[in-house]
Write a protein that binds this ligand. Sequence first.
Ligand code: DGL
Length: 267
Amino acid sequence: MTTSEENNAPIGFFDSGVGGLSVLKEVKKLLPNENYLYYGDTVHVPYGEKTKEQLISYSKNILKFFYQNGCKAVVMACNTTSSTVYNDIKNLYGFKLYPIVQSVAKVLSLLDVERLGIFATKSTINSHAYPNEISKFNSKIKVYGQYCPDWAGFVEKNIINEPQSIEVIKSDLDKMLKNKPDKIVLGCTHYPYLLPVLSEFAPENLFIDPAKPFAKYIADDLKSSKLLSTSTKSGNEEFYVSSNPQQFKKAAKMFYPIDKEVRLLRF
Ligand code: DGL
């Protein structure tokens, strides 16, 4: 690949479903001229309940797809794979691979907080990736992790405003609030979609969506690596899922309207 071809190659994004769109949205604001390929592994959602072996296998297939499509970089827009399998797969291909947890740990460590809550999936919490990564920069913050097994499913099924869902979300939040956190990180990319519900029961500024600092980290790194697109036009986006493209579009609609075809691609 020539330098210009590599600069204008797409950036891959992946997650178990619509969650990673909350990251893509922020990256696109900073880098509108890039081309994006998004893969939502909807047949395997929730990733938070899968074994490490399963997550390695899914991630390898997805990385191969991005490699075959000439991606210059891949964004792990998924806290679960970043926490559990990043180290196992980071060197498989030559492209840059950005894991969300490790990329935002420094910014979180600089927060003016003593007690930091983390809402995430079971696998992310059990991996201790957030406290481990944050303590590399600041060992004084006390981290309270809590997993919310139903939340990603509420988002994928588009049932966040159903009374039963609101009850579960409120009860999980009440449990976390007992730790008296100064801030709570939404450590699963599906959870920012629940902010309208969460902010009914606690101030919206209590919650931190890592997507913004993550997007800045990616943009800064691509720039310093001289890998930014040279195009002056708006970039292109392509979306792929491993099952049910219509449901993916429906779940994405409130937060990231997709007006083009979502393609079905199962490995
Ligand atoms: N959105 C993903 C994350 O950030 C995974 C959610 C799931 O499928 O359990 O962890």
